[in-house]
Design a protein around this ligand. Structure first.
Ligand code: MDE
Ligand code: FAD
Ligand code: SF4
Length: 673
């Protein structure tokens, strides 16, 4: 079925067994105690899962190139010997692995960082030192030595990170390179560094070593490269001896989303396709590709020679084997949420995956066959209950899953309605298939009571009953114009033309996106999405954006968001996605009204106080998104009656967007039941 995915790629001196690349991801394990052992297990599991080639997370060639203080670096033989554990583990499983060399330049989150010019990035607090000419020569030597050490470490090759706005990009773009010497000024000078790096690395490592160059094909920042410049560099990189060119889209400081869930699947493969007209060596495409159908179509259409997927391998190490066996419906799909992966990494925590808590925790979290087979009841089929039930059953237990609703999924059935959150359907599909595969008995439309459980003969009871909405005490809260977010999303109650949202947490933001949107979600339509973010598809605009106007569909209603606290709206949203939600609502002209206290709601609308001044927002609908509390009425009585009972997910701790915690807790409990 996926003929193109499984066609080997002959590189001359070596052959990759299929067209799937596990893209580079820094996981934070690199810097952990026992990190090398943990990372070796993590990569080996992906190699065993059938992936054609793995690229490691970025490893710095020297201290200045660190992403953060004491980040992983390959600059001594000792480092190389340590990494042999990783390469041996991958090779034992029949895999291949390249090491990414990443010099972060001014993105380095530390005071020793360097760049072509002394200009601070908007997303880091540290102003870089300007590299001197001899500093540049030393940097090149460090890259070369890093590649040689990677070879000693047993890697099959290296990837030179030339995208995402890191050091190499900083040299190439006028935005960050204001030098007047031989490394700045005209384009020939600005692209000297990457060409020198590829050429000198090739000379040092010989012919039978993979060199991938990650080329920033669309910078998505002002004063980035034009398409002609990108092509010119691509050709030079090919000449300098690269084996493969990988696609990079957008700098980290770009204010256009490139990998989050609201980005349509395969939204940027048209860029790689265009480059294929210019370059003879194999090209890899990337960004928001997460299922075999999408990958196969890209290859079939000739947009690229290989597909890079990174996060999908956190979500499911067996992705490739499942595709090979035509079991795509068993793939645990990456939903692009960033909640446990990129958000963790940018907060300098070890990465994992919302849908697969084992990711990067392979040495400590395992689902071994249970020694004693038990009869287990799981009450509530939201993400917490689903993960607990499926893993317990996978381990051999006899599991019954109850839910009061007509379908499994809990709040995910509501989340999937939000435009840009369509991927949540995949998680539901995955769990439904797991329920079948592991023979869980599912009892829907069944509201379970304490009495039911007291008289039952279950060995263990897992309470995963989710949340209740927090009640707000405002005069007039019972007014007919007041709705809760559940009335709107689940009840589909009609909403007026002028809406006040009370509460600006994550659900408030989701509701605002839902209410300001009409028609099909742009997350399902690449052209509409590109227009919404002002990205030029004709390759005329510099960096894909200069001079472009973002055109979003106007909102069908006026929306006003209120919160009581001080500070930035959406300040508690995910680190790598919060800005996207803020930008989206600004495009829809949502107004943010903070530091208020609510007085009352009546026929006129919402009365509130701001800056000690009494104010009125004339609104025809007021939507309450004022938080949640755990719904766990079953727990205490069962505990008191001496039952073996556990509570997980929202029923344990109610925090707004916390499927990460729910699935993690459900999985970890099921692992030890
Ligand atoms: P923030 O709140 O968005 O920004 C802070 C303030 O700066 C302003 N800002 C800007 N102003 C002008 N021009 C700009 N371009 C610009 N950018 C930001 C903001 O408006 C804001 O000002 P305010 O509104 O408050 O007045 O967020 P932050 O600074 O806390 O964090 C920013 C992020 C780094 C999280 C971020 O921007 C990120 O979300 N960008 C997108 C990243 C992305 O999705 N990239 C796609 C690929 S990911 C990848 O390739 C690998 C990443 C992992 C690397 S390691 C790589 C190798 O393996 C992680 C290394 C981490 C080391 C610390
Ligand atoms: P729930 O999903 O609430 O499931 C509880 C289940 O228990 C329900 O199906 C209910 O019917 C059932 N139940 C309750 N009582 C009984 C009973 N007595 N008998 C039988 N069944 C019972 N989280 C994220 O991490 N990222 C997001 O992007 C995200 N977006 C969201 C968007 C929206 C609009 C909403 C509403 C939520 C979102 N969430 C998100 C939150 C996430 O869905 C919850 O954290 C998660 O669903 C909690 O899982 P749970 O299994 O604990 O509870
Ligand atoms: Fe994908 Fe979310 Fe898992 Fe990251 S945490 S790998 S984005 S599903």
């Amino acid at each position: 079925k996926y003929k193109h995915i499984f066609e080997p790629l002959d590189l001359g001196f070596t052959t990759l067994k299929n067209r799937i690349l596990m893209g580079s991801m820094h996981t934070g394990l690199e810097e952990e105690k026992n990190g090398i052992d943990r990372i070796a297990t993590y990569y080996a599991e992906r190699a065993k899962g059938g992936v054609g080639l793995i690229i490691t997370g970025g490893i710095a060639p020297n201290v200045q190139g660190w992403t953060a203080p004491f980040a992983a670096r390959m600059s001594t033989e000792k480092h190389a010997v340590q990494h042999q554990k990783i390469t041996q583990a991958v090779h034992r499983e029949g895999g291949k692995i390249c090491m990414q060399i990443l010099h972060s330049g001014r993105y380095g989150y530390h005071p020793l960082n360097v760049a072509p010019s002394k200009i601070k990035s908007p997303i880091t607090p540290f102003k870089p030192f300007k590299l001197t000419q001899s500093g540049i020569n030393r940097t090149i030597r460090d890259f070369v030595s890093c590649a040689e050490l990677a070879k000693i470490a047993g890697y099959d090759g290296v990837e030179i990170m030339g995208s995402e706005g890191y050091l190499i990009n900083q040299f190439i773009a006028k935005r960050t390179n204001k030098r007047t010497d031989g490394w700045g000024g005209n384009y020939e000078n600005r692209m000297r560094l990457p060409i020198a790096l590829v050429r000198q690395v090739r000379e040092a490592v010989g012919e039978d070593f993979i060199i991938i160059y990650r080329l920033s094909m669309l910078d998505l920042v002002e004063n980035g490269s034009s398409w002609e410049e990108v092509v010119q560099l691509g050709k030079e990189i090919e000449k300098a001896g690269a084996t493969i060119i990988n696609t990079g889209i957008g700098w980290h400081e770009a204010r256009i989303p490139t990998i989050s869930t609201s980005v349509p699947r395969a939204a940027f493969t048209w860029v790689t396709k265009k480059m294929k007209e210019e370059i003879k060596i194999p090209l890899i495409t990337s960004n928001r590709i997460n299922m075999p159908e999408t990958a196969e179509k890209i290859l079939l259409d000739g947009d690229a020679d290989m597909i890079s997927m990174a996060r999908p391998f956190l979500a499911d190490p067996e992705w490739v084997n499942k595709a090979a066996q035509e079991k795509a419906d068993e793939i645990n799909t990456c939903i692009g949420c960033n909640q446990a992966c990129l958000d963790h990494v940018f907060e300098q925590k070890v990465a994992s995956c919302l849908v697969n808590p084992r990711a990067c925790h392979e040495t400590e979290l395992n689902y071994n066959t249970a020694k004693i087979k038990k009869k287990i009841a799981v009450i509530g089929a939201g993400p917490a209950g689903l993960s607990a039930a499926t893993i317990a059953a996978q381990r051999g237990h006899n599991v019954t899953l109850f839910d009061a609703d007509t379908a499994v999924g809990g709040q995910f059935n509501i989340a999937k309605i939000i435009p840009g959150k369509e991927e949540f359907h995949e998680t539901l599909r995955y769990f439904k298939r797991q329920l079948e595969l592991h023979g869980v008995t599912v009892k829907l439309n069944t509201k379970v009571s304490v009495g039911d459980l007291l008289t039952s003969d279950f060995d263990e009871i897992v309470i995963a009953t989710g949340i209740e909405q927090r009640e707000l005490k405002i005069e007039g809260i019972q007014h007919k114009n007041v709705l809760t977010y559940l009335d709107v999303l689940k009840g589909q109650k009609p909403v007026g033309k002028r809406v006040a949202i009370i509460g600006a947490g994550a659900i408030g933001f989701d509701i605002a996106e839902y209410l300001t949107h009409q028609g099909a979600s742009t997350a399902l339509n690449i052209d509409a999405w590109l227009q919404e973010w002002g990205i030029d598809k004709t390759f005329k605009a510099r960096a894909g954006i200069e001079g472009q106007k973002a055109v979003s569909h106007p909102s069908p209603r006026e929306v006003f968001m209120f919160k009581r606290s001080k500070g930035k709206f959406g300040g508690n949203l995910g680190k790598t996605t919060g800005w996207i939600h803020r930008a989206t609502l600004k495009k829809k002209k949502v107004q943010f009204i903070g530091e208020v206290s609510y007085t009352k709601i009546d026929d006129q609308g919402l009365h509130y106080v701001q800056n000690e001044e009494q104010k009125l927002l004339e609104a025809d609908t007021i939507v309450i998104c004022a938080g949640q509390i755990p719904h766990r009425a079953l727990y205490e009585p069962l505990l008191a009656a001496g039952k073996k009972v556990h509570v997980i997910g929202g029923a344990d701790v109610a925090a707004e967007l916390d499927a990460k915690r729910a699935i993690n807790q459900g999985s970890r409990l099921a692992a030890i039941l």
